[in-house]
Design a binder for this molecule. Structure first.
Ligand code: EPZ
Length: 427
């Protein structure tokens, strides 16, 4: 298994290109199932999860063709076509490795009238049920049965009628499945208490480009007029606001200055606001954001929340940054029940953090010391990288396959802005 080796203490300085958003790509890819015409996605990030999703789509009868890299942006161009859906089954061995596979459920029921998807099971950050996905599909007219670890959803008569979905709590994935199921329904659907993340706006915009009728995009109430069919389109994946926020924390903790290229500041307001409160200087430009820090950071009190609140996907990275702040910070994780796996590893580098229930109290220390540490989940891995960039001495992050799921060309991007970082295989 690969590991990443960092010799810390170097200020990061320069321009860092931000890739297409993983969490947008993973909901845009299944849109190919909603039409028999080609769907071309631009600015697709080179990530393990994107490749895995492509393989799953192939198994369902979707042809996928990589058409090289689009020069004006960093990502890949891929054209997909589901002439016919040849299978409606997403098997356990794929779903267990990538829980985002559950996002084929809605499109398959919408297009093929049925879907059989393995229950994803939990993961490192929580048990992550899919009850809200299933209740939403039922509200849209699907029949749901659970057997032998699989969920089978069926549209009576082959086409969902549509209906009103009222989410008791905000769920990104369940909102995405509901939207993708409703766009081909025979009637109108309303989704209340919908998630409002920018990745869902990206999904809705792509579906509209394919001929879908969606009102209320970006709000908590979506109204969808079902269509008989959608047509193909070419759509550009939004920039990854979480990748950008992660590298902003790296700039802050190393006292550096990074131009984050290609990111939309309006999609990361809560992150930028928190960075500014910590004393980081933010300069917004047309299609980039410059993040600079010189000297000790101020402590913060932060609670994660659904968008537009402070993103749970930024919690671990901020915690790493705040281990060196001048004072005590308090972070509260309200979305997932076990998203502090990075704490014991940060402690091994000298951080002073106490976790009590949903909150973590971070007492700023004067410095971190490099150490061999273990990645446990995607964002925890990035928090260890961020800490290693500031620590004195060598940090080795093991199990970097977690990182490869969400950060494209991480060491290349960081080397280009002055980090002493490399990847070593175990041969
Ligand atoms: C998406 O996960 C993201 N993943 C996550 O990013 C992100 O952390 C999360 O949204 C919250 O923003 C992708 O987009 C691929 P949820 P998702 O449904 O859709 C509970 C990363 O690091 N819940 O909004 O699974 C759930 O347990 C990943 O990039 C139910 O109870 O998140 C959680 O406590 C990690 N029942 C809360 O809702 C359900 O049916 C929010 O989960 C669904 C969710």
């Amino acid at each position: 298994m690969d590991r990443i080796i960092i010799n810390g203490g170097k200020r990061l300085e320069g321009r860092l290109p931000i890739s297409g958003a993983k969490n947008a790509a993973l909901t845009l890819l299944p849109c190919a199932l909603l039409t028999d015409e080609p769907l071309t996605l631009r600015n697709l990030p080179r990530l393990a999860d994107v490749d895995s999703f492509g393989h799953l789509l192939n198994q369902l009868g979707v042809s996928t063709m990589i058409e090289g890299t689009s020069p004006e942006d960093f990502g890949r161009v891929m054209t997909m076509r589901a002439n016919r859906v040849t299978s409606t089954v997403a098997p356990y061995d794929i779903v267990r490795k990538m829980r985002a596979s559950i996002l084929v459920l809605g499109p398959l029921v919408a297009r093929a009238g049925e879907a059989t998807v393995s229950l994803p099971g939990g993961c490192a950050i929580g048990n992550r049920p899919i009850d809200l996905h299933l209740k939403a599909l039922e509200a849209l007219g699907a029949e749901i049965e659970l057997t032998a670890g699989y969920v089978k959803a069926t549209a009576p008569g082959g086409r969902l009628p549509g209906g009103t979905v009222v989410f008791p709590i905000v769920s990104v994935g369940a909102t995405e499945n509901a939207v993708m199921a409703a766009v081909l329904a025979s009637g109108q659907s309303t989704i209340q208490n919908a998630a409002r993340e920018p990745e869902i706006v990206d999904l809705c915009r792509c579906l509209v480009a394919m001929g879908a009728r969606i009102d209320g995009i970006g709000t908590e109430t979506l109204t969808i007029e079902g269509r008989k069919e959608l047509h193909g389109a070419t759509y550009q994946v939004m920039a990854d606001r979480i990748e950008a926020g992660s590298y902003a924390c790296a700039a802050a903790i190393t006292g550096g200055s990074l131009d984050l290229i290609g990111v939309n500041a309006d999609e990361m307001r809560a992150t930028l606001h928190a960075l500014a409160q910590a004393g980081v200087i933010i300069e917004e430009k047309r299609d980039s954001v410059r993040v600079s820090a010189d000297g000790r950071l101020k402590p913060l009190t932060l609670s994660t929340a659904p968008y537009p609140g402070f993103a749970t996907d930024m919690q671990a990275q901020f915690m790493a940054m705040l281990t060196l702040a001048e004072g005590t910070s308090v972070l509260t994780e309200t979305i997932f029940e076990n998203r502090y796996m990075h704490v014991p590893e940060l402690a091994r580098m000298g951080a002073d953090i106490q976790v009590t229930g949903r909150s973590a109290v971070v007492h700023g220390v004067s410095g971190l010391t490099g150490a061999p540490v273990m990645a446990t989940d995607l964002r925890a891995s990035m928090s260890l990288i961020i800490a290693g960039l500031a620590a004195s001495g060598e940090t080795q992050v093991q199990r970097v396959y977690h990182l490869d799921r969400g950060y494209e060309r991480l060491e290349e991007k960081l080397q280009a802005v002055g980090a002493d970082i490399e990847r070593a295989g175990d041969g």
